[in-house]
Ligand binder design. Structure first.
Ligand SMILES: [Zn+2]
Ligand SMILES: [Zn+2]
Length: 453
């Protein structure tokens, strides 16, 4: 009996002990799970904060190697469709020394989520040069660059073999008008402008492209003088960045439609080493500078050299034009599909003076997605870069050139016809109304539908 009682007691005790053990084990598991979840949450928040300004390349996970038990959560994606991700680039970058002429071709790519993102985005499309906005181009104020961004930017440049001083051409804000005569508005424009220049210097960028501005109805000479005065002041507040004036299509009160506007601004800039020009091919053509035949191209470049000086040419924006010659309409078309055509770009790609300059595509890449909505297709830029590179030393009499020329012109035929009809209609209307009406019409058009890159 006594033995039996002992055995029963022992069995009961063991049962209780087992229960206690199970309970403790369950509790421990729960605590462990909670701790792990809390850690993961904390890390997730940290990563998402950092993602705003820090890059997320695969080679930078050294901190995680020490803590293999916690899986790093996937950083929140802020990329647009087609941006650089972990997949293969859309096109490999061409080694510039392998080209017969040193042409650095790229596009105006996105720096959404932080300027450093522009670097892998440029590499993704096979760009050897690129443009970007340094902050929101449609807001007056933006938060300053985070202190760690310049070194991250430099690391990524090194990793992708870009030279910030040669291959990057940021684009200024569309809001800024350095010709502004109103004191308060002029200050607002200046502050935004000089802030961008300081960002360039913090990132090691040497060239900064911007639209000269608008006269606001004042005489062109006054506007040019105001722009030059603002540039002189900005050069005094910074040390090295070159302010690059973009030529415009010459509509309404816009400054920079004539090479003479650019000359007059440069003439009043005290430090000539701090000022340059970017020729936008679409703007030049729409303003009445022909680039289509080798003779017309040579004449336009000779005029530029005469009026402004080739030494001031620092960059190019490569865009075809949906609008006809001298129409003063700023409508960018894909290379070869517009009124400029493939021959104009053949002229550029084989021009000695264009070598070693950043060349930036600002061509449309919106296409209809399967759901009918517009999506960006960055393959268009990747293909246009390769197309432009293929024009170097290409025989324009060859079958390959002729076929490509026809193919691209066919692609843009409907769009060219549409804009040509608009331009013709307006010309008839203007002829009826007289010059005064023409000016109003131009201004209205400029405010409504024209692109402005
Ligand atoms: Zn522009
Ligand atoms: Zn442009």
């Amino acid at each position: 009996m006594a033995r039996n009682t002992r055995e029963v007691l022992k069995a009961k005790t063991n049962g209780v002990i087992d229960k206690i053990k199970t309970a403790v084990s369950t509790a421990e598991t729960k605590v462990a799970k909670k701790t792990a979840a809390a850690t993961t949450r904390k890390r997730k928040i940290k990563d998402e904060d950092a993602d705003e300004e820090a890059h997320s390349c695969d080679s930078c996970g050294s901190e995680d190697e020490k803590k293999p038990e916690i899986k790093k959560p996937t950083p929140k994606k802020r990329k647009t469709k087609g941006d650089a991700d972990d997949t293969m680039p859309l096109a490999p970058r061409t080694a510039v020394p392998s080209l017969k002429r040193a042409m650095y071709i790229g596009a105006h790519i996105s720096g959404a989520g932080g300027v450093h993102n522009a670097i892998p985005n440029a590499a993704h499309i096979g760009a050897n040069a690129f443009a970007l906005f340094l902050k929101s181009q449609r807001k007056w104020t933006s938060p300053p660059l985070a202190p760690e961004v310049p070194s991250q930017f430099r690391d990524l440049l090194k990793q992708h073999a870009y030279d910030a001083a040669k291959h990057i051409l940021p684009h200024g804000s569309y809001l800024v008008n350095l010709a502004q005569s109103d004191a308060a508005k002029a200050k607002q424009a200046y502050d935004n402008f000089v802030d961008d220049l300081k960002r360039c210097e913090a990132l090691g960028i040497k060239l900064y492209n911007f639209h000269p501005g608008s006269t606001g109805g004042a005489p062109m000479a006054d506007a040019c003088a105001r722009i030059a005065a603002q540039l002189n002041r900005a050069h005094g507040e910074t040390s090295s960045v070159v302010t690059v004036l973009e030529n415009m299509c010459g509509s309404g009160n816009v400054v920079g439609g004539r090479f003479e506007d650019l000359r007059d601004i440069i003439a009043l800039v005290a430090d000539k080493s701090r000022v340059g020009v970017c020729i936008d091919t679409c703007h030049a053509f729409a303003a009445g500078y022909d680039l289509r035949t080798p003779e017309a191209f040579a004449a336009t470049m000779a005029e530029f050299d005469d009026v402004v000086g080739l030494k001031y040419l620092k960059a190019l924006h490569l865009n075809d034009s949906k609008a006809p010659f001298a129409s003063h309409r700023d409508l960018h078309a894909n290379i070869g599909t517009g009124f400029l055509g493939l021959r104009a770009f053949h002229n550029i790609m084989n021009c000695e003076s264009m070598q070693n300059l950043p060349m930036v595509l600002e061509t449309p890449i919106d296409v209809k997605g399967p759901d009918g909505k517009n999506v960006e297709d960055k393959r268009i830029w990747a293909d246009e870069i390769k197309l432009l590179e293929s024009l170097i030393d290409m025989d324009v009499e060859s079958k390959a050139f002729a076929e490509k020329e026809v193919e691209l012109q066919d692609k843009g035929a409907d769009e060219r016809k549409k804009i040509q009809e608009q331009v013709d209609k307006k010309a008839v209307k203007d002829a009826k109304k007289g010059t005064k009406g023409a000016k109003r019409g131009r201004k209205k058009k400029e405010e409504t539908d024209d692109e402005s890159d």
